[in-house]
Write a protein that binds this ligand. Structure first.
Ligand SMILES: Nc1ncnc2c1ncn2[C@@H]1O[C@H](COP(=O)(O)OP(=O)(O)O)[C@@H](O)[C@H]1O
Ligand SMILES: [Mg+2]
Length: 304
């Protein structure tokens, strides 16, 4: 039976979607059948994986409202083992419409319980709030993975989330565990980053993943091309870091890191030649920036 991992933080812009996309991609690339559930009406995970978030296809809203099954909503992702339950803006309605329904916190759990047997891992990309959608994810999840941006007050920011998790654990989902905290957007040139890292590690100890995700141009560019880092620029520092995060995650969850199979490069999104040319041009411009970034990272990194 597959494990359900909610990727949560009520703060926006901390790297939830980026982590959801790239963690699920690498886990899939290492041979695990993976489902990514986009549970945010902004649908960034959907578009970040190259799907049209404005398309009138069935989506997570239909699922939660009982209008469609996982089979009807599920779409093939860019790798053989990766599937997506896409979102679109209609999901905003679910937050309101669910309020008056019975068992309103259990909708996602009910929906995913039927799909659980088909997957090794189900990741849920949560919206940036603690509303009914996030609550549904926390109730459905076996574990919650928390991306934390390396910035001031990051610890204060998650105290509210920790209280919500404790509340859910005390009633709606007693099995809920923490899969770990991942530090994101680290800028190793600043003292702030190393201060935040040691503060967070001091507080959450081994719950914090060893891998720290650096702030990187490549990471921020990839969603614009509708690609995970593995397919956008496999050799970039950001890609390497998300791969090691996936390995650490798998070590914790299944006891082994696994290696990327050759399959992922065979099944990729279909691109027009224009896309390829544009991609190549962008790559040249970006390469210089990322080399610079990498140099700084290697010189100043404290814990990698
Ligand atoms: N490590 C990183 N380096 C640079 N940009 C990043 C990084 N992680 C995320 N971003 C960018 O920051 C923005 C917010 O990230 P996102 O993953 O969408 O956060 P959330 O889902 O928590 O709102 C996005 O534009 C994303 O591309
Ligand atoms: Mg997001």
């Amino acid at each position: 039976m597959g494990k359900i991992i909610g990727i949560c933080n009520q703060k926006g812009g901390v790297g939830k979607t980026t982590s959801a996309i790239n963690l699920s991609t690498y886990v899939a690339a290492k041979g695990y059948k993976t489902l990514l559930v986009d549970s945010d009406p902004q649908a960034n995970a959907t578009s970040g994986l190259g799907l049209d978030k404005k398309a009138q296809t069935k989506n997570v809203y239909d699922l939660l409202m009982g209008l469609a099954s996982v089979e009807e909503v599920k779409v093939q992702g860019p790798l053989e083992n990766l599937f997506i339950l896409p979102s679109n803006v209609a999901l905003t309605g679910a937050e309101i419409e669910l309020v008056d329904t019975e068992q309103r916190e259990f909708k996602m759990k009910q929906v995913l319980s039927a799909a659980r047997d088909q997957f090794d891992f189900i990741f849920i990309d949560c919206p940036p709030s603690i509303g009914l959608l996030t609550l549904n994810c926390l109730v459905a999840a076996d574990k919650v993975l928390i991306p934390l941006q390396c910035e001031y007050y990051s610890l204060e920011g998650i105290s509210q989330l920790m209280e919500t998790i404790a509340l859910v654990k005390s009633g709606l989902n007693r099995q809920l565990e923490t899969a770990g905290i991942v530090l994101t957007m680290a800028d190793f040139r600043t003292k702030l980053t190393s201060d935040v890292i040691s503060e967070v590690r001091g507080f959450f100890k081994e719950k914090v993943f060893e891998t720290v995700i650096p702030r990187s141009i490549r990471i921020s560019e990839a969603p614009g091309f509708g690609k995970p880092l593995l397919l956008y620029d496999e050799t970039s520092l950001g890609a390497q870091k998300y791969e090691s995060l996936a390995e650490e995650f798998l070590k914790r969850e299944v006891g082994e890191a696994g290696s990327v199979a050759k399959i992922p490069h065979e099944i990729v999104l279909i691109e027009s030649p224009e896309d390829e040319i544009q991609l190549a041009e962008e790559s040249n411009v970006l390469q210089a920036n990322d080399l610079e970034e990498e140099k700084t990272f290697n010189n100043t990194t404290v814990d990698q």
